[in-house]
Design a protein around this ligand. Structure first.
Ligand code: CP
Length: 370
């Protein structure tokens, strides 16, 4: 049984096979057959707002001939009565064949996968990762630039709380692309993400203060919105909003072949005048979400297989240490039946990470508060 919780659940070769299957799915979308998932049920458990992820997964399943059940408003489910993720996972496993979950806590999708009897797909867990978004970001880049390695990719906006840029940066690093970060102070790429990029994927990131300084060098510019709903009290939204905005004047400095991506929704990071620019790919990118999610649904339901020659990523190495995760938005600090667990990211220099949220733990007797 295959879950999709983090981008490292797929090897580079497997990702390339997913692109091929997604291309085949585009033909199924236009021809309307065959019904590969006939009789199968997808359960979409959305504890946070979504337009693209929920609707494109539901569209994908319906286009594959399957059915969909679920909720988009957790207040209407038994979570409002205090039901845990573990119990929800066990129960829904008996009602459906695959679960897609979005949740505000990092690691929530892993918990559901650990307690579920059916495959689980992470539709975004807090500020942690959004692996299926990353897969269609990569698909878009590959389709229009012909590769996902050896590119210069600018990541711009809220790189601290934006989950899409975390999983995307790991994938780009694995494929050998260069990452340039452009972010407001306080919303830079977290230290634990930078350390993982450097120590696990052997890729250093670089930084630019202004888009103007780098836009002319980029092959891909990936804009993101400020994650207003995740900002801590000590960061005033007005002080970080509208800091980086792409307009016609900036686009005139970009390469003719550069592609402009955004996971959407946008707030004001890309002006509407850019929408007609041939380099504006964000609506095509979001449309590709359906074919990529069709491919992923068919793969986890085992109705389509990735060749065994495609290999897989090494599994993570867990260690027992006297440490604890102090991320207040990590699921381990909210679901009382969970125990602290850590994996080795690097032996030399040593780097550990919480298996749920990826953050670096502190010593068990440290007085750092959650
Ligand atoms: N990109 C993305 O995840 O969009 P939604 O929040 O609308 O699902």
């Amino acid at each position: 049984m295959r879950d999709i919780i983090i981008i490292d659940d797929f090897s580079n070769q497997e990702i390339e096979h997913i692109f091929q299957i997604a291309d085949d799915m585009a033909n199924i979308i236009s021809s309307g057959s065959p019904r590969l998932c006939n009789g199968k049920i997808m359960s979409t458990l959305f504890y946070e707002p979504s337009t693209r992820t929920r609707l494109s997964f539901e569209s994908a399943m319906i286009r594959l001939g399957g059915n969909v059940i679920g909720f988009a408003e957790p207040g209407s489910s038994s979570v409002a009565k205090g039901e845990t993720l573990a119990d929800t996972a066990r129960v829904v496993s008996e009602y459906a064949d695959v679960i897609v979950i979005r949740h505000p806590y990092a690691g929530a999708a892993k918990v559901v996968a650990d307690y579920s009897e059916i495959p689980v797909i992470n539709g975004g867990d807090g500020s942690h990762q959004h692996p299926t978004q990353t897969l269609y970001d990569l698909y878009t880049i590959n389709k229009h630039l012909g590769r996902i390695g050896e590119l210069k990719v600018g990541l711009c906006g809220d790189l601290r709380f934006g989950r899409t840029v975390h999983s995307l940066s790991y994938a780009l690093a694995r494929f050998g692309s260069e990452i340039i970060c452009i972010a407001p102070e306080d919303l830079e790429l977290p230290e634990h993400v930078i350390q993982r990029l450097e120590l696990k994927y052997k890729r250093k990131v670089s930084y630019a203060e202004k888009l103007d300084d780098v836009i002319g060098d980029l092959d891909v510019l990936y804009m993101t919105r400020i994650q207003k709903e995740r900002l801590p009290e000590d960061i005033d939204y007005r002080s970080v909003a509208s800091r980086f905005v792409i307009n016609k004047a900036l686009m005139s400095k970009a390469k003719k072949q550069m592609i402009l991506l955004h996971p959407l929704p946008r707030v004001d990071e890309i002006t509407y005048e850019i929408d007609d620019d041939q380099r504006a790919f964000y609506f095509r990118q979001s449309a590709y979400g359906v074919r990529v999610r069709m491919a992923l649904t068919a793969i986890v339901l085992d109705v389509l297989k990735i060749p065994t020659t495609a290999g897989s990523m090494p599994s993570s190495r867990l260690v027992t240490v006297k440490k604890r995760c102090v991320n207040p938005r990590c699921v381990v600090n909210h679901e009382s039946y969970l125990t602290q667990k850590f994996e080795v990211i690097s032996d030399l220099p040593p780097l550990l990470a919480c298996v749920y949220c990826g953050e670096k733990p502190v010593d068990e007797d440290s007085d750092t508060n959650v």
